[in-house]
Design a protein around this ligand. Structure first.
Ligand code: DON
Length: 304
């Protein structure tokens, strides 16, 4: 059972890595985040949330929101309908790459690369009357924090620099795999990415994936089988072209975001979130990955 002293020692051991990565700057508003933040929080059924470092400070969840979008889509769409629009394979390419889309007829490899998340957002746009509000309701409910909001400055900054995501959407539209207005869908997607949550919020919110689909408060969000399916996708594609290295070093299903957050789960036991804004070359938090590697070693946990 992890305790606060363990998290504090992991935090201390990762501190010297600060200064070795690069804060994401392709979204200008994100480049302004203080680079020296480092936090870790763990959530278990028995202990609730414990943390160390900057674990209560909210940050931009970015691609971590792709998991929440997928959960929403999986509860609205049939399995057969869902997986004709997006695949389940790792991409091996950067998260914002367009290359495979052209060869693979506009069907993104998985729901966690940008192309896949944009298709999922398109699917949600078609079936939800207020997608931005529904997403906020979901994350507030899962984390038990009614104050969670999306950062309008970050969302606007993403929209003002959206050429690559727009290109991805239009390429998919040319293949008939994008139904709604591109601008409307991108606005929802950026709004989701710009949501601000702390490590404590995210550890709580992701507990359902450690608990076979049942949230911290006892409500069933998704089925046991769906929870396993999402964890499988996270293990193979949650860290983009860094998924192999992450599986090797950490050995947990996980999801990263360019805001520097990474969430991970040990199924049947705990959910964890780390945050440090400086990224490695795959766009994953450098010190955050190290903290998860240390946690996995110290607890002797891995799904492999
Ligand atoms: O669309 C984008 O590029 C960002 N809003 C999200 C990218 C991201 O977080 C990739 N994660 N490592």
């Amino acid at each position: 059972m992890p305790d606060k002293a363990l998290l504090q020692s992991i935090h201390e051991e990762a501190l010297p890595l600060l200064g070795q990565g690069h804060v994401a700057d392709y979204i200008p508003a994100l480049a302004e985040v203080p680079p020296d933040r480092l936090g870790i929080a763990i959530c278990t059924a028995e202990g609730g949330v414990i943390g160390a470092g900057d674990y209560l400070e909210p940050f931009s969840i970015q691609s971590i929101s792709k998991v929440f979008s997928l959960v929403q889509a999986m509860t609205i769409y049939d399995e057969s309908e869902m997986w004709t629009r997006v695949g389940k394979e790792p991409s091996g390419d950067p998260f914002n790459s367009l290359v495979q889309l052209e060869f693979e007829h506009g069907i993104p490899r998985n729901p966690f690369i940008n192309a896949g998340a944009l298709v999922v957002s398109d699917m949600l746009q078609g079936r939800l009357s207020a997608p931005k509000q529904r997403m906020l309701e979901l994350v507030r409910d899962l984390s038990g924090n009614p104050n969670i909001c999306s950062d309008k400055v970050v969302a606007k900054s993403e929209y003002d620099h959206s050429a690559r995501n727009a290109a991805i959407c239009y390429l998919m539209k040319s293949f008939g795999n994008f139904e709604n207005n591109v601008d409307d869908v991108m606005k929802s997607y950026f709004n989701h990415c710009a949501i601000r949550m702390s490590c404590a919020d995210l550890a709580r919110a992701f507990f359902f994936l450690a608990n076979q689909g049942v949230c911290l408060g006892g409500r069933r969000l998704i089925g046991e089988r769906q929870s396993k399916q999402i964890n499988a996708l996270l293990a193979t594609s949650g860290l983009y072209d860094g998924a192999g290295e992450f599986a090797y070093r950490v050995g947990m299903p996980g999801k990263s975001g360019v805001g520097g957050g990474i969430v991970a789960v040990v199924p049947g036991e705990l959910s964890v979130c780390v945050w440090s804004p400086e990224l490695d070359e795959s766009g994953n938090s450098l010190a955050g990955t190290r903290m998860l590697e240390l946690l996995s070693k110290r607890l002797g946990r891995s799904i492999f």
